[in-house]
Design a protein around this ligand. Structure first.
Ligand SMILES: [Zn+2]
Length: 118
């Protein structure tokens, strides 16, 4: 008797968690602790390189304020799928602008969670 094709494996089909409809790629990864990433030598090298080429805070520059950048920020946060080593996803900010941006990001995430539930 030939087997029924029910248990044929289809590895090209991305299995999704039935509870939250997230692709497995991000679901298994824990982004809770980012300190190992920010302490990695690769990140520090990119950070130093980027700061040398972009020594001024871009947010302040937009407001005609010249302020030295202290932080390299990810335009799209890594937690939201942003590329961590892609220069196009980086921007130089002063600490104040970075804190401001981080705060508004948290508000956005909370807002999204709230609207998604409805
Ligand atoms: Zn600034």
């Amino acid at each position: 008797m030939p087997k029924r094709p029910d248990d044929v494996q289809r590895p090209w089909i991305v299995k999704r968690d039935s509870k939250n409809n997230q692709p497995k790629k991000t679901a298994g990864k824990d982004w809770g602790d980012m300190s190992s990433f920010y302490n990695s030598s690769r990140w520090r090298a990119i950070r130093n390189y980027f700061l040398k080429r972009n020594p001024l805070c871009v947010y302040c520059k937009n407001k005609d304020i010249i302020k030295p950048a202290e932080v390299i920020d990810h335009r799209v946060p890594i937690k939201q799928g942003g590329e961590m080593y892609n220069e196009l996803n980086l921007q130089a900010l002063c600490k104040r602008c970075h804190d401001k941006k981080s705060r508004s990001e948290q508000t956005t995430i909370i807002y999204n969670r709230y609207t998604m539930r409805r």
